[in-house]
Structure formats: C-alpha cells, structure tokens
Design a protein around this ligand. Structure first.
Ligand SMILES: Cc1ncc(COP(=O)(O)O)c(C=O)c1O
Length: 311
C-alpha cells in the first residue's frame, strides 16, 4: 500500500516531530549516494494492553552495533529513541505497525570519505500487514534460488543492517518476481544457503530444525533468535550453526522464512520442486502458532521482549 493511502502524518527527525510531507533531506545527502546508512525494521503488535513493540531493545542494540564499522555516531541515546518511537505511535494513534529507525551520513560534502557529514537519525512508523501477503502465512510461498550470490562477510559486514546491502536484496527479489516467484533464496559465496533478501531461513528434517550459522554471511536476525528460543522451548533440537547446501533445500521436509517483516512464512516450493507436501508443514505451523500467540500476547511468556507504548 502506498504511503499516500495511509493515515499517517508525523516523522521524528533528530529530536523534532515533523509533518510527514515536510520530512525531507538534501539531494546531496551522503547516504543517498553511497548507501552509508543503517536501519532497523521493527514490528509493534496490537495487544490487550495496547501497542507493544516486539524486541525493541534488541533492535536498538543492533542499530547501534550496525553503526560501528561505518563510524556513524547516532546523536541520541537509546532512551531518547525509545521515547520518540512511543510518542510517534501515540501521536498517530497507531495500533499494530511497522517501525523504521534509520541513521545515515547526511549533508556536508560528497567524497566517499564522509568527512564532516553529520549522522542524521529519523524514525517513521506506519501500518504494514503481512510482508509476503496474508495468503503466504497460511499457504506458503514459491521461491527461486537467485542467480545473484550474497556478498561475503569478508567483503562487507553482513551482520550490520546497512542500507547499501539491500541493492543485492533487490536484485535477488526482483529476479525471482520477474520469474513468477514470490521471493528469492540467496546463496553465499561458497554456494551454500545464506538467507532470503529480507529474511532468515529455516529447514526441518526428521523433526529437527536447521538454520545457517552466522558465518554463512547472514544477518543475525532477531526473529531467527526468537524462533530458535521458541522451538527449543517446545522441545525441538535446533542446529543454529548449520551449513545447508542448495540440494538440501529440495529434500527438506519443510522450509520457512523468518523476519520482522515476514514473521514466520512457510516456503511451499523452491524453483520447480515442491517442499514436503507442497503446503505449510506441521512443524512450521506449530512454530508459527507459537510465534503469533507470543507477539499478540495470548501468552504471558517472554514479557521481557515487549515494550508497551502506553504509560
Ligand atoms: C537480509 C536479512 N536477513 C534477515 C532478516 C531478518 O532479521 P530480523 O528477524 O531481525 O528482522 C532481515 C530483516 O531485517 C534481512 O533484511
């Protein structure tokens, strides 16, 4: 859905709440030219106790960590970003929504070296439904193994959520969609399974769960961590340091994506091969149910993962 169709009117920009239509930056902003920004994608869920931001602390930690390789220096402490985000949700009367904090090199000069470019920080929030569609959550998606490989973590820090990284995600995702698929799977430089363009990936085989390890050039996903925790609590053996070959995708009992945007999305087909019986598998469904019960607060478990917006 286009922003123009949404009932949103405010964006937080470095300490100010600005009208949505006035939230502008200069065309010579460093981050626009060189992809020198870091960002987060966070979901806030509508619960009985009002809007609750899921794993906000971990997202904030990752935002500040992502700054490190680029020497970006967010000029606001975590408490200020937290207050700004809650106020943004309150002011716009949002219930469930998606939150997008971003910090980037701003306007001063345009050498690749950022020189005196300031680190600018903004936060926006808007309603956002199921990332790959409502149908995807229930019936799963068809995905294509992209011909684009993921950059290796020796070429660019893949554990930092950097704006520039997402041109690779765009290439992979759009290639898949041009070929009639919903999403891509991206292999790493070694040819093993890394992740989706904006998702981590899990494989189920013989009732055990596997996900590529951090050395496979993946983002250290917060939903990945959530699912590992939930699955272990449910009694599953989770191999969270796996190396998964391309061929193992085809013979998996089940596959699913995880991500703040994608939540827990089953994968029903890879290229021309149906996975399992070609629909959402039982382990995926069990984990998906546990995940939505958790984030929509139908359980009291993991209260520590929620930041409530109302006082
Ligand atoms: C490349 C990539 N991998 C994995 C993920 C999943 O991470 P998280 O669960 O923290 O949203 C994302 C989304 O942020 C992503 O962009």
């Amino acid at each position: 859905m286009s922003f123009d169709e949404m009932d949103v009117d405010t964006i937080w920009m470095d300490g100010e709440f600005v009208d949505w239509d006035d939230a502008n930056i200069h065309v010579l902003t460093h981050g626009l030219h060189y992809g020198t920004g870091v960002f987060e994608g966070v979901r806030c869920y509508d619960t009985e106790n009002g809007p609750a931001i899921f794993r906000w602390e971990e997202h904030l930690d990752r935002l500040y960590e992502s700054c490190k390789p680029y020497d970006l220096e967010i000029q606001h402490d975590p408490e200020e970003l937290t207050e700004a985000t809650k106020e943004l949700i309150r002011r716009q009367d949002l219930g469930g929504c998606y939150i997008r904090p971003i910090a980037y090199y701003g306007y001063d000069s345009l050498g690749v070296s950022p020189g005196d470019c300031p680190t600018e920080t903004t936060i926006a929030a808007w309603p956002w439904g199921a990332y790959l569609g409502e149908d995807a959550l229930e019936n799963g998606v068809e995905v294509m193994v992209s011909s684009w490989r993921k950059h290796s973590s020796s070429q660019i820090p893949t554990n930092a959520k950097t704006t520039g990284l997402y041109v690779n995600s765009l290439l992979a995702g759009e290639e898949a969609r041009r070929n009639g698929f919903v999403e891509a799977i991206v292999l790493n430089k070694e040819g093993n399974v890394a992740e989706g363009p904006g998702e981590n990936i899990f494989l189920v085989r013989d009732d055990e769960i596997y996900t590529p390890g951090l050395a496979e050039s993946i983002l250290d996903g917060i939903t990945r961590d959530t699912v590992i925790t939930l699955a272990e609590e449910m009694g599953y053996t989770v191999h969270d340091d796996a190396t998964i070959s391309r061929g193992e995708l085809n013979t998996a009992d089940e596959l699913f994506f995880t991500g703040s945007a994608a939540e827990v999305t089953p994968i029903r087909q890879v290229d021309n091969v149906e996975i399992g019986n070609g629909s959402r598998g039982p382990v995926t469904e069990e984990i998906q149910t546990a995940f939505f019960d958790l984030v929509e607060r139908r359980t009291d478990d993991h209260e520590e993962w929620f930041e409530y917006v109302e006082e």
